[in-house]
Ligand binder design. Structure first.
Ligand code: NAD
Ligand code: AKB
Length: 314
């Protein structure tokens, strides 16, 4: 069997940097090619091969896949919820065409596996607010959510029709300290830690009681790798899996920070992102991911806060 050779597209983003480093530990540095439109991220420099590439340029992507003997693609390039609402056409175009380019090449070159993340943004105001199940009413109201839901069905289609082994997770809002977030509604939960350390206060763009599903990056990276390593016969969902980490509001994350920085103060002034947050569920039911491939989160809010603050101080 051919050796695994992975291409990560969007490797310089919030997830891409950490996922690329984790994959390089598993598969060996030379076997994980990082790629992005942007300049190579500082944390990736010297850790393995890097190519500058636009996922919208299908020909160039195809050449790279053949030239580098790629067997798996992790596609992370996308426009997230808040930025998407500012430029809906661009978000739709990148989020759809980027995925279709990758799925087509995976089919033509008979790649072993493809990973593509969806989001809790597929859910809309008519979905259940609490413990939102895997299969339910799904009527997204953001362009980002619409593109993710359509993407899920393209993944399912390429699997059913062409046998492409494409796997996907609906990530909650991800919190991390290594690379900056890319324009999401849940980004406040990263900014709050940075401002707590720098200014001892933070003005949040969501109301203090806006509950959202969230996850610490180490759990998200582990979930991704566990899903990709699971035997194909265990994967019953070819659209995208719900996974859950934790749920909290700005008021609760502030209280968790105050256990370490008692003088920290939260104020709130909601903007256009409030409507996006209000359209999403507050918590997620991940029973199916747990049953199929054993998913279980490790981090709760207080454990994440201690780890975030400890690492940011360093
Ligand atoms: P990000 O914005 O931080 O990173 C995306 C990367 O893609 C950037 O480095 C960007 O330069 C690159 N990119 C953009 N256009 C490109 C193009 N045309 N060609 C090549 N690269 C391009 O995003 P992220 O937070 O790392 O998210 C990665 C994926 O995970 C996305 O699909 C996103 O929807 C999904 N997701 C993220 C979260 C989260 O909280 N971060 C939650 C749910 C789902
Ligand atoms: C966003 O807020 O857009 C992302 C997501 C939940 O997909 N973090």
């Amino acid at each position: 069997m051919a050796k695994d050779k992975i291409l990560v597209i969007g490797a310089c983003g919030q997830i891409g940097v950490e996922l690329t480093l984790a994959l390089r530990k598993i598969y060996g540095s030379a076997n994980v090619v990082a790629s992005d439109l942007r300049e190579e991220n500082e944390l990736l420099k010297g850790t393995g091969p890097y190519v500058s590439m636009d996922v919208m340029n299908k020909e160039m992507l195809h050449v790279q896949v053949i030239r580098q003997n790629i067997t798996q693609i992790y596609l992370l390039a996308a426009i997230l919820s808040a930025t998407g609402e500012k430029n809906p056409n661009l978000a739709w175009h990148l989020n759809m065409q980027g995925l279709l380019n990758v799925l087509d090449i995976a089919r033509e070159e008979q790649l072993d596996k493809v990973y593509w993340p969806s989001s809790i943004a597929v859910f809309g105001p008519t979905s259940p607010k609490r413990f939102c199940p895997q299969q339910t009413v799904i009527e997204p109201t953001t362009v980002y959510g619409i593109s993710k839901y359509a993407g899920e069905f393209w993944c399912n289609y390429y699997h059913q029709r062409y046998g492409v082994d494409v796997r996907s997770i609906r990530y909650p809002g991800l919190i991390s300290y290594k690379s900056a977030p890319g324009g999401g509604t849940t980004d406040y939960a990263i900014e709050i830690y940075l401002e707590a350390l720098a200014e001892k206060k933070y003005k949040c763009f969501l109301n203090e009681d806006s509950y959202l599903p969230m996850m610490y990056m180490p759990d998200a990276i582990r979930a991704t790798i566990e899903l990709m390593h699971a035997p194909a016969k265990q994967i019953s969902v070819r659209t995208s899996y719900n996974i859950s980490g934790m749920s909290f509001s700005p008021k609760e994350i502030a209280a968790s920070i105050q256990k370490h920085i008692p003088e920290f103060q939260l104020s709130c002034e909601s903007d256009y992102r409030q409507a996006i947050a209000d359209s999403w569920p507050q918590s997620i039911d991940d029973t199916v991911a747990n049953k199929d491939w054993g998913w279980k989160p490790e981090f709760d809010l207080d454990k994440m806060t201690a780890d975030m603050l400890g690492n940011l101080k360093k």
